[in-house]
Design a protein around this ligand. Structure first.
Ligand SMILES: [Zn+2]
Length: 407
């Protein structure tokens, strides 16, 4: 079944169009694909210089920031490449494999090989050529975007190829195919949801945990390729809209409502929590660790509470036992903080804390799970797949009430 919305293809670029002006409530995609003035303003891509590129299947283009404010970069190419300015005013090609040097010339200018410009320069690999930068290989086009004295390196790549470079770093490629397929749908949905409200002019996604881990779509694991290809174009929706399909390593026996992690977010049924009976095989299921007192005291100081640490109490818990708030007591007073913030600051694995004691030199924690505990539990997805459940069952379990749709 088709979605009641669809992508609008404009030349080689696929623009995501939003039907609603309010950024916080932007509709997933415009109903019936109508062009709307609130359309995401993404610069159109120059015409591909590779004559074979037209044979590739149409796909959404995503723009991934690989490196910020670089002075120099060395880019290897496994075959033919085209190098040109965005306006195609200057262009040339290199017909065989080699190494390309990129450097900032200052005053907003960059040099790529022999081409110098103050405009963005594109390095487009011919079909079958891969670009290698910083040990990772990429199948998309590199954009060298000049800044005052440096440059940003951004890759423009088809969504499905992007997913080849996300999956192996968000879930092990050795895991069962059905778990990888569930991960592919979750990562695809998360990506498209992110694209609805892009703030930056030059890129849509980071290549690290700020978006999703990504190390290039050039290296393709067979299992990952199978999972991505088998679910090509499949996304999850709720009430006809995409939603942020959060996922995490291990929920410790049950996931939680998104508000337990961030009270500012709106809860919807697929992000309201789910049972998980298949994640206890993992070493992430149970943990214990000791956090130096100084680390806790430094965090407390940053949030406005000085003094020597006296105690930490769980102020509020969800039904699954996840602490949503902790109260820190010091010699100067007390403060209640969101456990999610405390977790990031101190490095405890999750907020499903089962034991907590402030000791002479450190704070001893015991707990269950790894990560924020919202959306899909990856270890649980692995367990369900091992029990013979398919990816649709897995997604239904962790995102209850959601629908699997084809874009
Ligand atoms: Zn779980």
């Amino acid at each position: 079944m088709k979605l009641p919305f669809k992508y609008v293809l404009l030349g080689v670029t696929v623009l995501l169009l939003s039907a609603c002006a309010a950024p916080s409530k932007r509709a997933a995609l415009s109903a019936q694909g109508q062009i709307n003035s609130a359309a995401l303003s993404r610069p159109s891509e120059p015409q591909s210089q590779d004559p074979q590129a037209a044979a590739l299947p149409k796909d959404v283009t995503v723009r991934v920031l690989l490196a910020e404010n670089q002075r120099a970069a060395t880019i290897k190419h496994s075959g033919k490449i085209y190098i040109y300015t965005l306006d195609l005013e200057k262009k040339y090609k290199i017909s065989r494999a080699g190494t390309l040097s990129v450097k900032a010339l200052g005053k907003g200018k960059v040099q790529v090989g022999t081409l110098k410009s103050s405009k963005p320069i594109v390095i487009e690999p011919a079909r079958g050529t891969l670009l290698t930068w910083d040990t990772n290989s990429y199948a998309g086009k590199f954009y060298i975007i000049p800044t005052a004295n440096r440059f940003h390196l951004v890759e423009h790549t088809p969504l499905e190829t992007y997913l080849y470079g996300v999956l192996p770093y968000e879930m092990s490629y050795t895991w069962p195919l059905e778990a990888l397929k569930a991960q592919a749908v979750a990562a695809r949905t998360y990506t498209l949801k992110t694209l609805e409200n892009v703030k930056n002019q030059h890129f849509d996604l980071f290549s690290d945990v700020r978006s999703q881990m990504y190390k290039g779509g050039g290296k393709q694991y067979d299992s990952v390729k199978k999972a991505v290809d088998a679910t090509r174009g499949q996304v999850l929706t709720y009430q006809d809209k995409l939603f942020f399909t959060y996922y995490h390593a291990n929920c410790g026996g049950g996931t939680d409502d998104v508000r337990s992690w961030n009270p500012g977010l709106t809860s919807i049924k697929p992000l309201s929590g789910a049972s998980c009976k298949t994640d206890s095989h993992s070493k992430s299921y149970k943990w214990q660790m000791n956090v130096p007192r100084a680390k806790v005291e430094n965090y407390a100081k940053r949030v406005g509470l000085a003094g020597t640490l006296k105690s930490i109490k769980i102020a509020r818990k969800t039904d699954t036992g996840r602490a949503s708030n902790l109260t820190i007591h010091t010699s100067k007073g007390s403060k209640t903080v969101p456990c999610g913030n405390f977790r990031l600051a101190t490095g405890i694995r999750s907020c499903k804390i089962t034991k907590l004691s402030v000791r002479k030199k450190d704070v001893h924690f015991e707990g269950k799970g790894y990560g924020h505990g919202i959306g899909m539990c990856q270890d649980g997805a692995n367990g369900m797949a091992q029990d013979g459940k398919n990816y649709k069952k897995i997604l239904k379990n962790y995102y209850p009430g959601s629908e699997l749709r084809q874009i």
